[in-house]
Design a protein around this ligand. Structure first.
Ligand SMILES: Nc1ncnc2c1ncn2[C@@H]1O[C@H](COP(=O)(O)OP(=O)(O)OP(=O)(O)O)[C@@H](O)[C@H]1O
Ligand SMILES: [Mg+2]
Length: 396
């Protein structure tokens, strides 16, 4: 065993290291130049600039699909704003609402950025949401703080109601002479539909759209990033082109492109190659695809997993009726609640959105239309992932 470990380390030492700064491909890395986002960057800066003179900027909503630079632009501008602040009243806070977990914990994270009095600190549980909000507003008011609050993945803050957000967008009197401005970020394009009109009008005072990157833009972003991350000459242009093409195939997602670059570098190093060739890039792309499917599968609720298992019984595809009957059998055997066909149809649509199965409407001529359903997860992956669930495996 120790021999094989030595062999790995020796191979690494002997082989030419391909990376020169692997961190430049990590999710936390924010480049100091964001090409193709100049107008969005300037727009955010323009909207927030009144804070430098002590006035409250408008609230702002950044919108766009995943990997289009929203977080990078917001973090970049807010950081600049802080360094340029001569009023010494600006406080900036960044909270990712999804990672924070709950509304309560999001508020607790906001409070962490503020000079809360000892007796007003937010314990990890126990207070009502409105009590936590008032403590935050009191602190802003007491110290006349000008808070610029970035709420990333803000859609997670309005799972059930938009009450907290409403309070925050209407906190003028409670926070005076301080104020708070919200920079909300979302990649859920349906998020706005979940907001009441009153929140929407104040939160979306200014709205900035982030379109997906084109393939050429991705290529150029990748070229810049490879110069920082890899040693000169280890990435052929053809590999960068392939990476850009693969990442642009769904929508131009810079995160996916950069992730692929990192994984391809790892693959090439592990295989002891002298360069990150196209083959390593293809392997990286497949691995990322597989991982994404596994994560999606793994986090499914039990009922959804059962529908996946039911679908796996029909390698050639099936229709809604047949799939439903199979699901009912599985559900009965494992003594869980049997959902109605309507609910199951809803779940099938969700699984389709996740890319785990394909549900296409097909015409049956005069007999009307039906849905053709085909599982997109291969058998090995399915066994590996839901093998964790002993109960389910028995059914498989
Ligand atoms: N214009 C750009 N130039 C260089 N790198 C970029 C650019 N846009 C995005 N990136 C990089 O791509 C990755 C994803 O960007 P970012 O995190 O800002 O996406 P996002 O729009 O917030 O996506 P999500 O909605 O999934 O959170 C980051 O590593 C970021 O540094
Ligand atoms: Mg983001």
């Amino acid at each position: 065993m120790s021999d094989s470990v030595d062999a790995i380390f020796n191979k690494t030492k002997k082989g030419k290291a391909l990376f020169q700064n692997r961190n430049a491909l990590s999710t936390e890395f924010v480049p100091d130049h964001l090409p193709f986002r100049e107008s969005q960057t300037e727009n955010v800066a323009q909207v927030l600039s009144p804070a430098l003179l002590g006035s409250k900027p408008s609230n702002l909503l950044l919108y766009g699909k995943t990997g289009t630079g929203k977080t990078a632009v917001a973090t970049f501008v807010v950081h600049k704003l802080r360094t340029q602040d001569d009023t010494k009243q600006i406080v900036t806070a960044y909270v990712n609402c999804r990672l924070a977990g709950t509304e309560y914990l999001t508020l607790a994270r906001i409070a962490e950025a503020l000079p809360m009095d000892k007796d007003k600190r937010i314990p990890l549980t126990g207070l009502s949401l409105s009590e936590v909000s008032s403590r935050i507003f009191d602190t802003i008011s007491k110290h006349a703080i000008h808070l610029i609050l970035v709420l990333d993945e803000i859609d997670y803050l309005v799972e059930s109601t938009d009450e907290t957000l409403y309070k925050f967008t209407r906190s003028g009197e409670d926070t005076a002479p301080g104020f708070l401005t919200i920079v909300g970020i979302s990649n859920d394009l349906r998020f706005k539909e979940r907001l009441g009109a009153r929140v929407l009008s104040s939160l979306g005072e200014e709205e900035i759209i982030f379109p997906p990157y084109t393939m050429e833009e991705l290529r150029s972003i990748l070229e810049e990033r490879t110069k920082i991350a890899f040693r000169a000459g280890v990435i052929p242009q053809s590999t960068i082109n392939l990476c850009a093409a693969l990442a642009a195939s769904e929508h131009g997602d810079a995160r996916r492109a950069i992730d692929m670059l990192r994984v391809a570098g790892d693959v090439a190093e592990r295989d002891g190659r002298q360069s990150v060739d196209e083959d390593s890039m293809r392997k990286a792309s497949e691995k990322i695809e597989r991982d994404a499917v596994e994560v999606a599968l793994h986090s499914l609720p039990l009922q959804n997993k059962m529908i996946i298992i039911a679908a796996s019984k029909f390698p050639g595809g099936t229709n809604t009726g047949e799939l439903y009957l199979t699901y009912v059998n599985i559900a009965k055997k494992s003594s869980v609640e049997v959902l109605t066909q309507r609910r199951v149809s809803g779940i099938i649509a969700e699984l389709d959105t996740l890319g785990l199965l394909e549900a296409a409407i097909v015409s049956k001529g005069r007999k009307g239309r039906t849905k053709r359903i085909k599982l997109l997860v291969d058998d090995d992956t399915l066994r590996r992932v839901i093998g964790d669930d002993a109960e389910l495996l028995e059914l498989h």
